[in-house]
Write a new protein. Structure first.
Length: 94
């Protein structure tokens, strides 16, 4: 799994994105906020079909090429508190 985010005082902090690699694609799997190295607040997970150049939008950064679903298919969404899932989580099936 690939990750993109920032560290503060040696701990993950701020918005983090996790990707998985299906060569030659890096596909966004989940996105949310880390505070002092723990998941906190809203996190979103994404459902993916087999990536092809026709089904994904390409985003390039300095070091990473990311492919996002054109339809932006959100799979689940919910809250974390102290690195644990809390409250009601939504699961959206395409």
């Amino acid at each position: 799994m690939l990750e993109r985010g920032h560290y503060r005082n040696g701990a993950k902090d701020g918005v983090w994105e996790h990707f998985y690699s299906v060569r030659p694609y890096n596909v966004l799997e989940e996105k949310g906020t880390m505070i002092n190295g723990f998941r906190e607040g809203l996190w979103e997970e994404f459902y993916h079909i087999e990536p092809t150049s026709d089904s994904y939008i390409e985003m390039r950064t300095d070091e990473l090429t990311v492919y996002l679903p054109e339809s932006g298919v959100l799979f689940s969404r919910g809250m974390y508190e102290n690195d644990k899932k809390v409250g009601i989580w939504e699961f959206l099936y395409p």
